[in-house]
Design a protein around this ligand. Structure first.
Ligand code: BMA
Length: 360
C-alpha cells in the first residue's frame, strides 16, 4: 500500500511538470484544408437555387463531420453583372455562404475567371488583349476598368461580412505561367501581367476603403499563384526565376502560392511530385525572401484515380513544407460525373480522406 502511494507521488512529481511543459510549447497551426464550391453543390447534389436555404450542406462535412476550414468560390461573370457565376452559382448564394462560413470562423478564397475584354470570349480565349487593357487610350482599357470595379464592389461586399481578420483571400490572375488563359504567359509579357495585377489590386483597395466594415481596417489578403513553370527548363534555378519574373511586387501580394494537379493516376505520381516540389521550392523561397506567406493554392487528383492519394501523396508533400498555411482542392461538379477532387461518400477514398484530415 505504502509502496504504491510513493510510486503515485513520484509519478505525479514527474508527470505534472512534463505535461505543463508540453502543453505550453507553441504548436504549429495545422494546415487549413479547403474545397472549391464546397457548400453549393457536390457529386450528385446541388443547391443552386436563388432562394435561401435554412441550413448548409457541405461536401467536406458530409465525409468528415467537420466544417471546411476554407471554401473557394469563383466570381467569373460578375464583370458582366450576371446573377450567376460561370459554374451557375448565384452570387446571392455565394454571399450568404460566405457569411455563414465567416460566422463559423472559417475562411474564403475568391478567384476570378474573367472574360476576355477584347473579344467577349471566356478566360480560355487566349486572343492577346493585355497591351490594350493597360493602354489608357483604348476602349478595352475602359471596359476593363468597369469590370475591375464590378469585381471590386462584390469583393468589398464579401470583405464586410468577415467576423475575424484575414478570413478573405483574393487570388488574382491565377496560373499565368500556363498558356490557357488570356493573361497567360503566351498571350502577354511579364510587364503587362504585372501592370494588370497592380492596377486590379489598386482598384480593389480603393473600393475597400469606401465600405463600412465592423473589422477595422477591413483588410483581406491577396494571393499570387503560378501553375507549371516551364519558361526556363534548362536552368536549375528556372522555376524560381520565372516565379520572380512575374511576381507583382511586395506591396501588392500577401501570399505566394502555386497551383499543381496530379494527372495520370498512380503512374503520374512521380511527375506530380516532381512538378509540385519544383513549384513549391520556388514559391517557398520567394515567400521567405520577401516575408510572404505560403500556400498550395490549388491541387487535386481528378476522380482520385490514385489509391490513398490524400494520405500517401498529398500529406507527405505538405509535411515537407511546414510554412504552407492552406491547401485547396478543386470542385466536385454535380453535373460532370468524373469531375471531382474530394472523395465520394462511403468509398475507400473517403476513409483515406478522413484519416488525412485527422493527421493534417
Ligand atoms: C475548371 C473546371 C471547369 C470550371 C472552371 C471554373 O477547372 O472545373 O468546369 O468551369 O474550372 O470554375
Amino acid at each position: 500500500m505504502r509502496k504504491s502511494f510513493y510510486t503515485l507521488c513520484l509519478c505525479t512529481l514527474y508527470l505534472v511538470p512534463l505535461y505543463i511543459l508540453t502543453a505550453c510549447q507553441p504548436t504549429k497551426p495545422r494546415v487549413l484544408f479547403g474545397h472549391q464550391d464546397d457548400v453549393v453543390y457536390g457529386s450528385n447534389w446541388q443547391r443552386l437555387a436563388d432562394s435561401a436555404y435554412t441550413d448548409t450542406r457541405s461536401c467536406i462535412y458530409d465525409v468528415t463531420g467537420q466544417w471546411p476550414d476554407l471554401i473557394g468560390f469563383d466570381i467569373g461573370g460578375i464583370e458582366l453583372c450576371h446573377t450567376r457565376n460561370l459554374d451557375s452559382v448565384p452570387f446571392s448564394r455565394m454571399l450568404e455562404e460566405c457569411r455563414r462560413q465567416f460566422e463559423r470562423g472559417g475562411k474564403v478564397t475568391l478567384s476570378w475567371h474573367a472574360r476576355n475584354p477584347l473579344t467577349g470570349g471566356n478566360s480560355w480565349d487566349t486572343t492577346p488583349c493585355l497591351a490594350q487593357i493597360i493602354d489608357p487610350d483604348t476602349d478595352v482599357h475602359d471596359t476593363m476598368q468597369v469590370w475591375i470595379e464590378r469585381a471590386a464592389a462584390f469583393i468589398a461586399q464579401v470583405a464586410t461580412l468577415q467576423t475575424q481578420p484575414e478570413q478573405l483571400i483574393v487570388r488574382l490572375w491565377h496560373e499565368q505561367s500556363g498558356n490557357w488563359f488570356w493573361w497567360g504567359r503566351e498571350a502577354c509579357s511579364a510587364e503587362e501581367y504585372i501592370a494588370l495585377w497592380q492596377w486590379t489590386r489598386t482598384v480593389m483597395d480603393k473600393q475597400l476603403s469606401l465600405v463600412h466594415c465592423t473589422l477595422s481596417p477591413c483588410t483581406l489578403l491577396f494571393a499570387y499563384s503560378p501553375d507549371k513553370l516551364t519558361l526556363y527548363p534548362d536552368d536549375a534555378d528556372g522555376a524560381y526565376r520565372e516565379t520572380l519574373e512575374w511576381y507583382p511586387g511586395d506591396e501588392y501580394v500577401d501570399i505566394i502560392g502555386t497551383d499543381c494537379y496530379h494527372h495520370g493516376g498512380a503512374e503520374g505520381t512521380d511527375d506530380y511530385l516532381y512538378r509540385a516540389h519544383r513549384q513549391l521550392d520556388a514559391a517557398a523561397r520567394l515567400a521567405k525572401e520577401h516575408g510572404k506567406r505560403l500556400a498550395l493554392t490549388e491541387t487535386g487528383c481528378e476522380s482520385i484515380r490514385c489509391p490513398h492519394w490524400y494520405t500517401e501523396v498529398l500529406l507527405p508533400l505538405l509535411r515537407e513544407y511546414p510554412a504552407i498555411e492552406y491547401v485547396l482542392v478543386w470542385r466536385n461538379a454535380w453535373d460532370i460525373p468524373a469531375h471531382y477532387f474530394l472523395p465520394q461518400l462511403n468509398t475507400e477514398e473517403a476513409e483515406d480522406f478522413k484519416s488525412f484530415i485527422k493527421q493534417l
